[in-house]
Design a protein around this ligand. Structure first.
Ligand code: NI
Length: 259
């Protein structure tokens, strides 16, 4: 019924009960999970996980802006090699994070634009992380719109105006995380109200950003249901229709099979 378009199930938070977390998702109406790599090692783990759950979990590979300083030819070659695996459906998460600045800005910008070019070379859609870097993110994407194979801005943190631009001028999708259930999340709630549902994806970003009523706890793909319920309410749609449309969107973007 739902697709979790962004989860990090390879992380150590799931070391003790990973299989149970995944089974729980499948028994609670999650049809598919895209597991997102954040560096070379976790991208390899994402592929291995996808291989153990064929057609139920897919992998995305890339170097997160927090680790941008690790970017270079060696990483690029590793990702090139990984992209040959059938489990890999996207490139990311890549982008810019000028809020935490775990890597210097210049390193982030270099890793971001070179990975966008790599995604073009590999013909993979991109999964974008943008925190407090809206202008720079849009500039980098705009320069490559004709050649990119589409993409999604995950955990969207811009306003309704930026969302409209991303959707109408760039033909990207916008992914809505569990934070939309927080009472004070009025900006993202407005974004959801304004956008056509045909451009929305749902995600957990598990283990982070658990929706109400699990806020502050470890997140997991099964909880995408709570995000979906809030989004359906904001759109004035029934939950089944919202699930069908957002799942179709994710299948289109990532080229997932029907099974
Ligand atoms: Ni993430």
């Amino acid at each position: 019924m739902f697709i979790d378009s962004h989860a990090h199930l390879d992380m150590s938070e799931y070391e003790k009960d990973r299989a149970e977390v995944i089974e729980r998702a499948f028994t609670r109406g999650i049809d598919h999970i895209v597991n997102i790599g954040i560096d070379v090692a976790s991208s390899r783990k994402a592929i291995a996980l996808a291989r153990s759950y064929k057609k139920k979990i897919s992998a995305s590979i890339g170097l997160h802006p927090h680790s941008a300083s690790e970017w270079g030819r060696e990483a690029a070659d590793a990702f090139r090699q990984m992209a040959l695996e059938p489990e890999v459906v996207a490139y990311g998460e890549i982008g810019l994070d000028f809020y935490r600045n775990h890597s210097p800005k210049e390193d982030q910008l270099k890793a971001f634009v070179e990975q966008l070019d790599l995604a073009v070379e590999l013909q993979l859609p991109v999964v974008i992380h943008d925190r407090e870097a809206h202008r720079e993110t849009l500039t980098a994407l705009r320069g490559r719109l004709g050649s990119l194979k589409g993409g999604v801005i995950h955990c969207f943190s811009g306003d309704a105006k930026m969302a409209d631009l991303v959707v109408s001028k760039m033909d990207f999708y916008i992914s809505i995380p569990g934070t939309v259930t927080y009472a004070k999340a009025v900006t993202v709630q407005e974004v959801v109200r304004n956008l056509p549902v045909e451009r929305l994806l749902l995600e957990t970003d598990a283990p982070f950003l658990a929706p109400v009523p699990f806020r502050g706890k470890r997140n997991e793909p099964a909880y995408v249901f709570h995000t979906a319920r809030m989004v359906a309410e904001l759109k004035g749609m029934d939950l089944n229709t919202l699930g069908a449309v957002t799942s179709k969107n994710a299948r289109n973007l990532f080229g997932l099979g029907r099974s």
